[in-house]
Design a protein around this ligand. Structure first.
Ligand code: OGA
Ligand code: NI
Length: 336
């Protein structure tokens, strides 16, 4: 695939990496685990097919997402992101690569997390809470569609989690406990990109970053834009486009899993370039429980390979990462 693509695309920046494709319905578990492990050691990026989410339903989720972003800004600001990281994030709110970006990302978004009501004992946790929802008279069935998608994507994440455990030589259900994916932090984000990026001017749809958490399941509308850089220290950096495959997730590992696995599994730098076409995507970010102590997994250390990173609580780690990349909420009080 790689050679063919290179011939067809003259521009060297248009190179496409060949990523492994994990079939969740494959009966040959060993084959899936070997392929997954290879992908995790290489770039931490892979495709997942036969995940059981119906394509028509997926289209419905994208349709609803488009309807939200098409609302007047005033309506969207009614559900502005709150301190629990839920709700609407306006264009330029987030800056993922401050060293190379002049402004924030040229995208708007909407975070939806695990719904926990105010009277629930878990309400105090930083990444649990009620979601703000757009008015159901304005967007009927919106909440139901998003809640259903959240549930389905979480199920797929747990399936991938079992394969990841096997790829790490752990028991298949290692991550299934309540401290980990049994009671996880899981946040989906609707994204809408517009405009043309120009790296020479520091203008990006989404600046270069690696994801914070354990893994991300990315669904896109098929419009090109996502690029990965397998070696962040290379000079110059080589960026390769990751094309969407219809019906497949693009899955990538985040920094928390890199850390957890003692650097064994990779969390790779990626970014999005806008080409003037509108682009919609929906990443689903998966992390273990708030209280989970992310410390070197038992199978990733030995006498000659001691833990490289200090243990850290999942919620503390995530809180820090969000703070580094999002604008202070108070700026919006002044503007409105
Ligand atoms: C992200 C991300 C890629 C995309 O939100 O972390 O990398 O294609 N998104 O939207
Ligand atoms: Ni990302």
């Amino acid at each position: 695939m790689e050679n063919h693509t290179k011939e067809r695309l003259q521009d060297p920046t248009m190179q496409v990496p060949s990523l492994n494709c994990i079939d969740l319905a494959d009966h040959d578990l060993h084959r899936s685990v070997v392929s997954l492990k290879q992908a995790c050691l290489d770039s931490g990026f892979f495709y997942v097919i036969n995940h059981g989410i119906n394509e028509e339903f997926m289209e419905d989720v994208f349709e609803q997402s488009k309807k939200f972003f098409a609302l007047p800004l005033e309506e969207k600001m009614k559900v502005l992101r709150n301190e629990k990281h839920r709700g609407y994030t306006p264009v330029l709110d987030e800056i993922l690569d401050p060293e190379n970006q002049v402004n924030g990302d040229h995208k708007e978004g909407y975070y939806i997390g695990i719904e926990v009501p105010k009277d629930d004992p878990d309400y105090d946790k930083p990444f649990y809470g009620p979601n703000p929802w757009p008015d159901s008279d304005v967007l009927p069935q919106w909440r139901e569609t998003m809640e259903k998608y959240h549930q389905e994507a979480l199920r797929v994440s747990k399936d991938i989690g079992r394969l990841l455990a096997l790829a790490l030589d752990l028991d298949a259900n290692y991550f299934d406990t309540p401290e980990m994916l049994g009671k996880p932090i899981a946040t989906m984000r609707l994204l809408h990109y517009q405009g043309v990026s120009d790296p020479s001017q520091g203008i990006y749809a989404c600046g270069a970053h690696s994801d914070y958490g354990m893994m991300t399941l990315l669904a896109t509308d098929g419009v090109m834009g996502l690029q990965i850089c397998k070696d962040k220290n290379a000079k110059p950096q080589k960026w390769e486009y990751v094309p969407a495959i219809k019906g497949a997730y693009i899955v990538n590992l985040g920094d928390m899993l890199e850390r957890w696995s003692n650097g064994f599994f990779k969390s790779t730098l990626h970014r999005v370039l806008g080409n003037g076409q509108e682009r919609y995507s929906i990443p689903f970010f998966v992390e273990p429980n708030h209280e989970c102590l992310v410390e070197c997994l038992p199978t990733c250390k030995s006498e000659s390979n001691v833990p490289k990173y200090p243990a850290i609580k999942c919620s503390a780690y995530l809180t820090q990462r969000y703070k580094e990349t999002h604008a202070e909420l108070s700026i919006y009080n002044q503007e409105i």
